[in-house]
Structure formats: C-alpha cells, structure tokens
Design a protein around this ligand. Structure first.
Ligand code: UT7
Length: 326
C-alpha cells in the first residue's frame, strides 16, 4: 500500500517579536484582555526583506535537512497562503527556485486561509498516492501582518507571521490495517461559502484593485469553529477506525486557546495532548499547524509511531482535519 509519509518538519519565524504591551501602546487594548480572551502573549512580525517566500524557503530548508532529502529530489510543492509575495506567480514556484528544487516538478499555491495547510496536505497525499509525485514539500506560510488594520483592536492583536513545512514521501508501507503503519491515514476537507462576510479581506485584484485589510466577526467565527471542528474530527476518526483516546497528539490551528480547550473537551482528551503555540506565535493562519507540529517534533514530544491529528478552520468558511502516524 502506498502512503504519503512525513519524513521531516521545519519552521521559520521573523526575527522581530511584538509583545502585547507594544500593541497596548498603539490601540485601546491590554495584555490582560489579550491573554484572557485568546492566550496570546506575543507574535513575530516580518520585517524588511522577509516575505512569505523567504520564510517558506527557510522552513523548507530545515524540513529537508531533518528528512535527509535533497532539494533536487522534490518534485511536488504545495504552498498554502493568503499572503502570497505577488498576485502571481504562485509563491510555491518562488520557493522552488529559492531552494533549487527539481525544475519541471509541480508547484502551486492553495488558498484556504487558516485551513490552507490541511487543504495542501490532503492534496499532496492524493497526488503522491496516485503517482503524480514522489517527494513533496507541503508548506503553510504567511505574512498576515501585511493584511492587518493596525487601528482595529478586534483583529490586529490576534495574528502573526511565520512558516512551517513538512517533507512527504510516497512509500510502500506494506499490507497494514487502516490505523496502522506510517503516513497520512485519513483526511477530510469542507467549505461553506455562505459565511464570507464573517472573515474576509476587503480588497483584491478583481474588486478594489487593492490588497485590502482583514475583517472579522470574531464571536461568530468562534461559534462556527467549535462546531465545525468537532464534526470534522469525528469524521476523520471514524474514517480511520480510531477512537479519540488513541490519539497521542492533536496539532490544532492556533487561533485562540479557548477554542483549543473546547476542542479537547469535545474529544474527551486532556488539554496537555493539544500542542499549543498560540501564546508565542499568535494566529499565523496557514502556517500555524506546521509551525506547531515542528515545535513539538523538535522538543521531543511528537515521536516516530505517534498518532497525530491535525485540524483547522478559517475564512470561507473552510475547515478540515487529517490523521497521520509519524
Ligand atoms: O483563524 C481563523 C479563525 N479565527 C478564529 O477562530 C477567531 C475566533 N474568534 C475569537 O478568537 C474571539 O472571538 C476573539 C478573540 C476574536 C474575540 O473574543 P470574544 O471573547 O469573542 O470577544 P468579543 O468579540 O465578544 O468582544 C468582547 C469585548 C467587546 O467589547 P463590548 O462590546 O463587550 O464592550 C470588544 O469591543 O471586547 C472588546 N474587544 C477588546 N477589548 C480590548 C475586542 N477586541 C479587544 C481588544 N482589547 N483587543
């Protein structure tokens, strides 16, 4: 049986750290409000010369080193972002060139905002299992700070910049059961375009001709996130024939520590099994899941053989989950 197996992870963060105290000096907010309502204490903000492609390439270089795979062995790159360097070409093609990956391989971006990494992972999994590629970089990379209205306290305190990447390889894992053996075991993706107004950017090449700024009705998004995530997690567990208490780790999208707590409660899991990085990275949109994964792999929590659930929900709405054995 051919599976897409995670061979290595990497991440990259801009050098500059912005604390809640700095934000409180700019807008009418406080460290206390931000920590209590979101769990966020700081975020990284891209500086001059740091773009989505440079952060992505740095994350990929670390993932390739961890996997022991050379850039010129990569024949598929899928990069999830809502903040591409340019309207086109796809940022994935720039990462291909920056890393010196095999020319002629497949490279494209996916736009599913905070769920982008899940969309990219499921797409790469399908392409690898059907032989369209052999070794893939799956990336979530964002410079969301450039979409923020820095006068809107309801949104500017919530987001940060960064990138995370995984190297996937198509491998014959032999004759294993649905929940056994390494690789991506199951994934589900969903979208419901009826909710655009709850989370969107008020610009774009075909409307205003400007880049625009992020707008969000946070309370409504929160409500939908908890419901949609618990449904999609149940679907993926069911597809894989796995019970929630068999999960070693959940690597969730990092929007708000209260959403993580609610998700853990719904799964009946202790909160310690949720990897949490929202305190130091804030919400990095498509980058948040692979960034959190890399943190937990590098600090030794996530080990080979562990069963790990990924999940995310974002603008659109879009949402999804995937289960992998490391
Ligand atoms: O990644 C994509 C998915 N995104 C999400 O999942 C985000 C989901 N939503 C959330 O995480 C939360 O809804 C927020 C963190 C955005 C907001 O938390 P909340 O507990 O839902 O607060 P709220 O929007 O209901 O606002 C409560 C109060 C309001 O004041 P009034 O109307 O009660 O007087 C806001 O004006 O808090 C006020 N407020 C703030 N106060 C201080 C909003 N932002 C701030 C702020 N500092 N930064």
């Amino acid at each position: 049986m051919i599976r897409a197996v995670i061979k290595g992870t990497g991440s990259a963060l801009p050098a500059r750290v912005m604390t809640n105290a700095e934000l409180a000096a700019r807008v009418d907010t406080s460290d206390e409000w931000i920590v209590e309502r979101t769990g966020i204490r700081q975020r990284h903000i891209a500086g001059e010369g740091e773009t989505t492609s440079t952060l992505a390439a740095d994350a990929c270089a670390r993932a390739l080193a961890a996997a022991g795979i050379a850039a010129d062995e990569i024949d598929l790159i899928i990069l999830a972002t809502a903040t591409p360097d340019h309207t086109f070409p796809a940022t994935a093609t720039q990462v291909q060139a920056l890393l010196g990956c095999k020319p002629g391989g497949i490279a494209f971006d996916v736009a599913a905002v905070c769920s982008g990494f899940l969309y990219a992972l499921a797409t790469a999994d399908a392409l690898l299992r059907t032989g369209m590629g052999t070794r893939a970089l799956v990336i979530g990379a964002e410079t969301f700070s450039r979409l923020l209205d820095w006068e809107d306290r309801g949104t500017c305190v919530l987001f940060g910049d960064g990138a995370g990447a995984v190297v996937l390889a198509a491998e014959d894992v032999g004759d294993v059961g649905p929940g056994d053996g390494p690789g991506i075991l199951a994934s589900r993706l969903h979208a419901d375009g009826a909710h655009k107004e709850m989370l969107f950017v008020d610009g774009g090449p075909a409307t205003t001709g400007t880049v625009g700024k992020l707008r969000m009705k946070g309370r409504e998004v929160f409500r939908h996130a908890v419901v949609n995530l618990s449904e999609v997690l149940a679907e993926v567990l069911d597809d894989a024939g796995i019970a929630a208490d068999q999960l070693d780790w959940v690597v969730p999208h990092q929007a708000n520590s209260r959403i993580l707590d609610a998700t853990a409660r719904k799964l009946g899991l202790p909160p310690e099994r949720m990897v949490m990085t929202v305190d130091r990275h804030a919400n990095t949109s498509a980058a948040s899941v692979p960034l959190a994964l890399d943190v937990a792999v590098r600090d030794g929590r996530i080990q080979p053989g562990h069963l790990v659930m990924f999940e995310a929900m974002g603008g659109g709405f879009t949402w999804g989950a995937a289960l992998a054995r490391m």
